[in-house]
Design a protein around this ligand. Structure first.
Ligand code: SAH
Ligand code: SF4
Ligand code: F3S
Length: 468
């Protein structure tokens, strides 16, 4: 053998790398699921790429929460069909898969409208993807899986996973039994299920070992978490947070989305007692009117919500809140809308999402009388959003001149700049060295703008002073 032996003859040939394009809409849980789909496909040689052109497989992970989702999906599929045909004309192939909540709701209907789709899989079936890909290769028609065995899905998470980054999501609970009048989630994600604490802790340890410093625990009703503890007892979310905070390397913990009804004393105390639990809570209220809250089946009044906010702020005085609001739920009158504005003023939110009510087929509100007309919905939404953005701008501006701990997540948009986030989830930019990525450092805020903060690193200032 000579030195000129080609490498390929010495090393075993690496399998052909297949290009996987993933696109995700909707909530953070879809983002998490998209990552897991990439993980289960990695052993088959699939590696994520940034663009759909030339991909060997495309997965669209869809959301069904508001209308037009289905229309958007089909127009996207129409575009992808051309790419698929182009590839096939050159003798190649492309597996086209539709996943997520539209897949769950529409099932085989998707294939009826778009016969070039190869795989339709509901949110509980992603662990079956490798087998489905194999079946799609053999079968003439599409492969459709929309079963509901949530436990099974989590049991089949692969041990090896791509690093998730400095901040990452971890699903601990899925599904919902609350059946709010307007919402499709109980139908697309099924009954509530909590993962065992040991599985969550193991996954968290693995993520931290790969560089994650901030974990956001996910669930449609995350604070209804009631998983089996390693001791066999049932653990609530508070207990899980205490255990996660013990993992060396975890700097920050968050959880979303919470239901006001499930904020128990232990969880409020966890905000007071666990420094890693960030002083920021997304707590959807949906409406400030008791009449509408009742029609929505939310199970609490506006006053209950305000009392809860007071108790949380007592436990953690620097707590900032965000929320979700729906404008124009069936039966919402002008005085109900005023009550919503009044509640927003009383609380003072640091950020929020607000939506125009969108009728979802099969949900109780979709068939309710007294629809709010579109013009009124639009105006109410505008008024709500104007108030919320004013509050967000005021909150961000209030940080100007203050020093806040920033967790740096990566390079900023400008050269020499770092991007990070504050305890209150605002993006923050400051000049600094990339070696700070993954670390928390104090930043003095120079400008608190409505959508981000700009600041300067304090320890860099200190170094400059020392050098002078
Ligand atoms: N589990 C969370 C919310 C999940 S859906 C909770 O209980 O609050 C995310 C948000 O979408 C909801 O909070 C609600 O504000 C909004 N949303 C859900 N269904 C909607 C609909 N039919 N029309 C408009 N907004 C809706
Ligand atoms: Fe939907 Fe209500 Fe369940 Fe939230 S609590 S996911 S809004 S049904
Ligand atoms: Fe959308 Fe399904 Fe999440 S409907 S918001 S992707 S649970």
């Amino acid at each position: 053998m000579t030195n000129s032996t080609p490498l390929a003859e010495v090393a075993p040939p690496a399998g052909p790398r297949k290009r996987l394009f993933l696109r995700s809409w909707g909530c953070q849980m879809n983002v998490y699921d998209t990552g897991r789909m990439a993980d289960v496909l990695a052993p088959l040689g699939y590696a994520p790429v940034d663009a759909p052109e030339g991909a060997d497989m495309i997965i669209l992970n869809t959301c069904h929460i508001r209308e037009k989702a289905t229309d958007k999906l089909f127009s996207e599929l129409g575009r992808l069909r051309l790419l698929k045909e182009e590839k096939e004309a050159k003798g190649g192939g492309m597996v086209l898969a539709v996943a997520g909540c539209v897949a769950q709701a529409e099932g085989a209907e998707i294939v009826a409208r778009a016969p070039y789709v190869d795989i339709v899989l509901g949110p509980q079936s992603y662990h079956r993807l490798p087998e489905m890909v194999a079946r799609a290769g053999r079968a003439a028609g599409a492969v459709v899986e929309t079963e509901f065995p949530v436990e099974e899905k989590f049991d089949h998470l692969p041990d090896a996973a791509a690093p998730q980054g400095v901040t990452a999501f971890l699903t601990i609970q899925e599904g919902c039994d609350k059946f709010c009048s307007f919402c499709v989630v109980p139908y697309t994600r099924g009954a509530e299920y909590s993962r065992p604490a040991a599985a969550v802790l193991a996954e968290a340890r693995r993520m931290v070992a790969q560089g994650t410093r901030e974990l956001s625990l996910l669930g449609q009703n995350v604070n209804a978490y009631h998983g089996e503890g390693p001791d066999g007892a049932e653990w609530g979310l508070a207990r899980l947070l205490y255990a996660l905070a013990e993992i060396p390397g975890i700097e920050r913990l968050r959880y979303t989305t919470s239901h006001p009804r499930d904020m128990d004393d232990a969880l409020i105390a966890a905000h007071r007692d666990i420094p890693a639990v960030m002083p920021f809570l997304h707590l959807p209220v949906q409406s400030g009117s008791d009449r509408v809250l009742e029609a929505m089946n939310r199970g609490h009044t506006a006053e209950d919500y305000l009392r809860l906010v007071d108790r949380l702020r007592e436990a953690r005085p620097d707590l900032a809140l965000s929320t979700d609001i729906i404008a124009g739920h069936p039966g919402e009158k002008e005085e109900d809308h005023e009550a919503t504005l009044a509640l927003i003023r009383r609380v003072g939110f640091a950020s929020a999402f607000s939506f125009k009510y969108s009728a979802r087929p099969g949900t109780p509100a979709a068939g309710a009388p007294y629809r709010v007309d579109e013009a009124a919905k639009d105006r109410r939404l505008q008024e709500i959003q104007a108030l919320l953005i004013e509050q967000q701008a005021a909150f961000n501006a209030s940080l100007t001149g203050r020093t806040v701990p920033a967790l740096f997540t990566g390079p900023g948009r400008r050269p020499g700049q770092l991007s990070g986030r504050t305890p209150w989830l605002q993006p923050v930019h400051a000049a600094g060295d990339l070696s700070l990525v993954g670390r928390v450092a104090p930043v003095r805020i120079l400008a608190g703008q409505p959508y981000s903060l700009h600041g300067e690193l304090l320890h860099a200032l200190q170094q400059e002073k020392n050098a002078a």
